[in-house]
Design a protein around this ligand. Structure first.
Ligand code: ADP
Ligand code: MG
Length: 747
């Protein structure tokens, strides 16, 4: 049984337009121990025949038998196996890894065959000695002469120790003297092997040939046995797969051995990293900005330090309860007038307007000030106030406010309070608060006013007159409730126009029920109509400026005490502020123990806006994914260009018997090394910017503070996945065809 047997084998090349013949109906039997020399004019099909024999190219017709086994059903994997076990290739153009040294080129074969690095050192040095390259063992292949290169190739074939050695014009690119050595070397290593040599120069091999074949126009014309050979049958050597550690070694070697390529790849990946980062940033920034925007529509103070509480039984808070809550650990402030926090209130006088929405709180909560002073004994009789600014305030700025008087104005209720004199200023420099809301601390009297105005605005006023119910919520008839101390307690003065709603056009002494309903409470009482007025009597009867009187609204004046009973109610809902929002959960637990409904602002914002936000984020995510895909392809094409020279390396590895998985892994590890280096460079720069060590660019600094460890991890994963996909796509494309077809593409 022959080692190799070809029966009517043909090979055709399919080009775009036509089909050309490589060789046609070749019948050939080759045995171990033979030294076969093939000659023939250029284009006669010699190389094609060798490539088919070596399993580097496929054939179209006939059957090739290896040790009697048919190969027409062979898969690429079977061919890999075959090449690895049987074939040692020597090429006219050497097919060395130019960036590897002589030693590394020979070592490569053995590592691919699963040998341990330290076990093979001796063997490699011996082989190098045999081909007389000891002086050059650490020289890069690219620096060698043609003859030296071919000797490396022979050494490589030798250590591979396969039963078949295939050499395509091994002396074609080297001078005559060197060629003589090469032929001799080939002969020396060929004992007991099948050697098939293609040459233009038969004379060089005549001395060693045991058989001569002449090809012409794709056919074998002469097949002549020159010497008898002994038939030897060797089991091909058994190989293991490359060790993981050696894969790492080779990948590192590949990553760094061509400096310009390494530099370019890291550069591309650096640009990729920056692009992914900026895309990711705009994604999370839009979510963040959106949250800021949306929340501010309902809550002015959406600080994560804020907790809103009310009682489960819907009753008002007592002073003792308020006291107890303010003593809970981590609580810095209790704001009784919760509703005022989210009211549009601002402070202004003719010179200045503090545009920020202002929180209102009790001046009793202030313990110290930065500029000015705390209220002195008796001073709280006046309309004094202390301003707490969000963020730092300079001395000159502070002086603009200090000891000046302001009005407190509300978008809904007009002027809330006249003549507030700011006596002290303090700063709120806590960083974690998302808000920039100033707080105004005022006395209880003013707080009462503000509360009354605000409650009036937020309440539904229901007036029942003559068994008819008029609710401001239905817009059937809107009553304007005002207070005047000219009206006795328990009475109501109404405008004359109201008479149309009563029998005989007279409402005098009739009962009027007034109820007030809002989120917090419902309240009301009966009054009786003690008098009526019209525009020209309003000043006399009620002390009200007739120019300010709106004739078209149905105005009801009541006693200030009644008014206060209706609108200046107790505290039903409060806001609690904590010192450290990270410990907010222990605070909420303590509050829940007091049988309260507890709403953390940080939850409320995310719950209420979850859906809107979800949509915005989804939209952003789609954009993010699209840009990642675009980036992927841009990167892929650039990397493909950079790695173009690498195709020869891959073909070389494949002729040596390395399989797709090995190459895929090598490329993957190499690209992962590059992208990790790029990532490390990028994050290092970002961290340096963040700590203000280099580059004082505000915008990038802002970005850098925005990133959390989670963001860094997400981006890292995205980049790693991209790198792996790029490597896989690249090697998949590369493994589309047979070794030679890929090799040809890259010539
Ligand atoms: P040799 O090595 O004897 O010079 P080849 O085996 O290279 O000849 O070529 C044999 C025939 O096959 C020639 O006619 C050549 O034109 C054709 N051929 C070789 N390679 C290709 C290819 N990649 N595509 C198309 N035709 C090819
Ligand atoms: Mg050729």
């Amino acid at each position: 049984m022959s080692l190799l047997k070809l029966v009517n084998v043909s090979k055709f090349y399919h080009n775009k337009k036509n089909v050309s013949t490589g060789f046609n109906k070749v019948n050939l039997s080759l045995d171990q121990g033979e030294f076969v020399v093939i000659t023939g004019e250029s284009g006669s099909g010699k190389s094609t025949l060798l490539n088919v024999i070596s399993g580097l190219d496929s054939y179209e017709e006939g059957e090739l038998y290896i040790n009697g086994e048919e190969t027409s059903h062979y898969t690429e994997k079977d061919y890999e196996d075959y090449r690895r076990k049987y074939i040692g290739n020597i090429f006219q153009n050497f097919n060395l890894v130019n960036s590897y040294t002589v030693y590394q080129n020979i070592e490569l074969v053995l590592l691919l065959n699963g040998e341990k690095k330290r076990d093979i050192r001796k063997k490699i040095l011996e082989v190098i000695d045999l081909v007389k390259l000891t002086k050059f063992k650490n020289t890069k292949a690219s620096k060698l002469s043609g003859g030296q290169k071919q000797r490396v190739a022979i050494a490589r074939a030798l250590v591979k120790n396969t039963p078949i050695i295939v050499a395509d014009e091994p002396t074609g690119n080297i001078d005559v003297a060197a060629a003589k050595e090469i032929t001799k070397l080939l002969y020396e290593i060929s004992k007991n092997k099948l050697v098939v040599v293609v040459t233009h120069n038969y004379e060089q091999f005549a001395e060693y040939a045991t058989r001569q074949i002449v090809m012409h126009d794709g056919r074998i014309m002469i097949d002549k046995k020159l010497k008898e050979t002994e038939e030897v049958i060797d089991e091909p050597p058994k190989y293991k797969n490359i060790r993981f550690f050696n894969k790492l070694l080779l990948a590192f070697r590949n990553a760094f051995n061509i400096k310009i390529k390494f530099f370019l790849l890291v550069l591309v990946y650096l640009i990729l990293t920056i692009s992914v980062f900026s895309n990711y940033t705009s994604l999370s920034m839009s979510a963040y900005n959106n949250q800021m925007f949306k929340t501010s529509m309902i809550f002015h103070d959406y600080s994560e330090k804020r907790i809103i509480i009310n009682k489960k039984d819907k009753s008002a808070f007592t002073e003792e309860e308020i006291e107890k809550i303010s003593k809970i650990k981590n609580v810095t402030e209790v704001v009784k007038d919760d509703i005022l926090i989210d009211n549009y209130t601002y402070l202004e006088n003719d010179e200045a307007k503090i545009w920020n929405y202002i929180n209102i709180n009790d001046i009793g909560n202030v313990k110290k000030v930065k500029y000015g002073h705390l209220p002195k004994e008796g001073e709280d009789d006046y309309n004094v106030a202390i301003l707490k600014t969000a963020g730092k305030v300079s001395k000159s700025e502070a002086e603009k406010y200090l000891n000046n008087t302001f009005r407190l104005t509300s978008n809904n209720g007009g002027i809330v309070s006249h003549d507030l004199r700011i006596i002290g200023i303090l700063e709120d420099t806590s960083e974690s608060s998302l808000t920039d809301i100033d707080t105004l601390y005022v006395t209880n009297d003013i707080l009462d006013n503000i509360r009354t105005e605000t409650n009036l605005f937020y309440s539904d006023t229901i007036v029942t007159l003559n068994d008819k119910v008029y609710s401001s919520e239905d817009y059937t008839l809107t009553f304007n409730l005002k207070s005047s101390d000219k009206v006795p307690y328990g009475e109501a003065y109404v405008s004359e126009d109201i008479n149309i709603y009563c029998k005989d056009y007279n409402c005098y002494k009739k009962n009027l029920n007034i109820r007030v309903k809002n989120n917090y409470y419902e309240n009301g009482f009966d009054l009786y109509i003690g008098d009526t007025f019209k525009k020209n009597t309003i000043n006399r009867k009620l002390g009200f400026n007739k120019d300010e009187y709106d004739e078209y609204a149905f105005t009801i004046f009541i006693n200030p005490a009644n008014y206060k009973e209706l609108f200046n109610e107790n505290t039903y809902q409060m806001s609690v502020y904590v010192k450290d929002e990270k410990k907010i959960d222990t605070t909420t637990k303590a509050l829940e123990k007091m049988d309260l409904n507890v709403y953390k602002m940080m939850d409320m914002t995310s719950n209420i806006f979850g859906q809107i936000l979800g949509f915005v984020v989804l939209f952003g995510k789609i954009r993010f994914i699209i840009s990642i895909i675009v980036l992927f392809f841009i990167c892929y094409f650039i990397i493909k260009l950079i790695l173009k020279s690498r195709n020869t390396y891959f073909s070389t590895i494949r002729t040596l018997g390395g399989n797709k998985k090995v190459l895929n892994d090598l490329l993957n590890i190499e690209l992962l090394i590059d992208i990790n280096i790029a990532y490390i460079i990028f994050t290092t720069i970002l961290i340096l910017i963040r700590h203000k060590i280099i580059l004082k660019i505000d915008y990038i600094y802002q970005l850098s503070t925005f990133f959390t460890v989670k963001d860094y991890i997400i981006i890292y994963i995205v980049l790693m996945v991209m790198s792996i996909l790029i490597a896989n796509r690249y090697s998949n494309k590369l493994f589309g065809g047979s070794v030679m077809s890929n090799y040809r593409e890259n010539e």
